[in-house]
Design a protein around this ligand. Structure first.
Ligand code: PEP
Ligand code: MN
Length: 341
């Protein structure tokens, strides 16, 4: 049960909280500027909506059958718009995030940033902490990578998104980048989800390679219930029996997730395919299916990239992608560039 109070006094809030506790359920309280939302999820046969309907301050009570509540479109029918720097996800603009898989050097990141910005990208990506399948693979430039990301972001005025893989690094990351990325492998790292819920930065939550849509939304629920409502979901492909592509991009997930949740959904065609030749057509399909943006890996010399070179576009490929995307975007009433070039 979700109880919404309009401009309540502390006394009104406490009355609702106490009443829920009397039923053996621990309530959860989210304080907004005007509304206060109290959630009461737990096993109780005696807790019913009518006990709260007439309490002072109570505006609305919502009971949902789904396990995810706050991220559900039934709870909040209108789209959530998430801002990262000067870029918005979930509105008319469908921003394109572009950049290398990993930050390799200042020069590499700056060159990529200038190229993708010129082509119309709204945001820069780059991993400073790289969770790799093998402990022997490049693990990222770590703190030095963060410093480079911040410097290039300031110099190019592109907000940055970067992956955080360790709850102990969340605060430092939050000071260096506009948006925090939870990688696919960490989608159910609940300690990490609870930690990113405590910062003000928006969060890009990737779908786990073997996660159902419901599990993905439950991971988002952790962040929203923890106090950070600025979550953007990212479909990046799931593991199937297919071996000709790195992952199988679940295009169904885009319209379906948008139907059942109010959160913006973007698509990562680079990890979704693992093949740079597929990035352009799959990006167009994603936008046509209603994606609220894209995240694309771009490297000035993909053959020399320390990670994910085979799926990285060159700046010239990216230019072409942006030109072709703008046609699809126009057909579905979106734009991909913040301002026309
Ligand atoms: C990445 O964005 O570089 C990355 C590691 O993605 P994922 O978590 O989707 O594999
Ligand atoms: Mn990558």
């Amino acid at each position: 049960m979700i109880i919404m109070l309009s401009a309540p006094t502390a006394e009104q809030v406490n009355r609702v909280l106490d009443k829920i506790r009397q039923h053996g359920v621990e309530p959860h309280c989210l304080y907004g500027p005007e509304k206060t939302v109290i959630t009461a999820f737990g096993e109780s046969a005696t807790l019913t909506a009518d006990q709260f309907e007439r309490l002072p301050g109570v505006e609305k009570i919502v009971c949902l059958p789904t396990p995810y509540k706050l991220v559900s479109r039934q709870f909040k029918p209108e789209n959530t718009v998430v801002a990262a720097g000067n870029v918005e996800f979930g509105a008319k603009l469908a921003p394109v995030i572009a950049g290398p898989c990993a930050v390799e050097s200042y020069e590499q990141l700056k060159e990529t940033a200038l190229a993708v910005k010129a082509a119309g990208a709204g945001m820069l990506r780059g991993g400073a902490y790289k969770p790799r399948t093998s402990p022997y693979s490049f693990q990222g430039l770590e703190a030095e990578g963060l410093r480079i990301l911040k410097q290039v972001s300031l110099e190019t005025e592109l907000p940055v998104v970067s992956e955080v893989a360790d709850p102990r690094v969340v605060e430092t990351m939050a000071e260096h980048v506009a948006m925090l990325q939870i990688g696919a492998r960490n989608m159910q790292n609940f300690a990490l989800l609870k930690e990113v819920a405590l910062v003000r930065n928006p969060v890009l939550l990737k779908r786990g390679p073997a996660a159902t849509i419901e599990e993905w939304l439950m991971a988002a629920e952790y962040i929203v219930a923890g106090g950070n409502g600025n979550v953007v979901l990212c479909e990046r492909g799931i593991r199937t029996f297919e071996t000709y592509t790195r992952n199988t991009l679940d295009i169904n997930a885009v319209p379906l997730t948008k139907q059942i949740s109010h959160l913006p959904v973007i698509v990562d065609p680079s990890h979704g395919t693992g093949n740079w030749r597929l990035v352009n057509p799959v990006s167009r399909a994603a936008l046509a299916a209603g994606a609220d943006g894209l995240m694309v890996e771009v490297h000035p010399a993909p053959e020399e990239a320390v990670s994910d070179g085979p799926q990285s576009l060159t700046p010239a490929n990216f230019d072409q992608l942006m030109a072709e995307l703008s046609v699809v975007a126009a057909a579905v009433g979106r734009t991909v560039c913040a301002q026309s070039k």
